[in-house]
Design a protein around this ligand. Sequence first.
Ligand code: NAD
Length: 308
Amino acid sequence: MSAETIVVTGGAGFIGSRLCLRLCDLGYSVTILDNLSTGQLDRLKPMLEHSGARFVQGDIRDKAILERIISGADYLYHLAASISVAKSIVEPLTTLDVNASATLEILRLAAKYELKKVVLASSAAVYGDVELMPVNEQTALNPLSPYAISKVIAEQYAQLFNDFAGMPTVILRFFNVYGPGQDSTSEYSSVIPKFIHRVTSGQPPIIFGDGEQTRDFVHVDDVVSATILALGENARGVFNVGSGEAATLNHLTWLLLDITGNSLSPVYEAERLGDIRHSVADINKVRNIGYMPVVELRSGLEQMVASL
Ligand code: NAD
């Protein structure tokens, strides 16, 4: 029997590339679609050389490419996105096009070619600022940026296709994903790679606000495990994917300084408009499909620092 084919959009990205590696190890035939806007082909090189994986450089807004790739697939992971909240404020229409309209076309084609499932990468950003922590999947959505709105729209299309078009979908709300291979140099980099970059180059980390804001930092390998579980027959609907643990930015900074043996003091600057105060996932629902986060924040950070 020939291997099942999985399309991964955004497969050259930070999370997508780790997912593709795992899928190849599991024996799937993987087709990656990525325009390399933030992705890097280098992340895929060993895999492309040693497995049957196929890389297609193209944009998810290109309907002809989408149709060509999706027509031969069994499953599809949709991770390609314009991922920067800051950029979404400057270019909201592009964010809407890439994150929402292209998702609609992907779902339409997936339904047309009767794929077995589409798994959509969404974000904890859809919750906005929530009073009561941890947030579960029933918490009301309160998107606070064009990025978050685009993810809510994409989610709603995915749910619509699941409910009314016989196209099974799963929506994964990723919290703050971190791990080796994450870009640390771009202005849009997230807090962990940014802090590591600064601390290891002798500069103090910059904390906006008092540092007591919390985040749910989840290691990319745990995220990939949840993403694989989402293919299972009992996985349908929306799932939070986090560690289930809250860490303050002050704690994160302390851990990094301790790991690197650095005595720098963080610099505190004014809180940024629109920043969320607390974010922690209730992960009971995803636990029910077999998910168990295994990478502790300290060991994940040690691994990242060691990989530099
Ligand atoms: P990433 O930027 O590393 O990966 C996104 C990939 O999509 C890149 O390889 C990029 O080149 C590709 N891409 C972007 N626009 C494209 C387009 N128009 N056509 C084709 N390819 C395109 O980001 P990531 O952190 O790996 O994020 C993957 C997914 O997870 C995204 O949907 C993101 O919104 C979601 N997410 C990530 C986090 C996180 O903490 N990293 C948190 C919540 C949600």
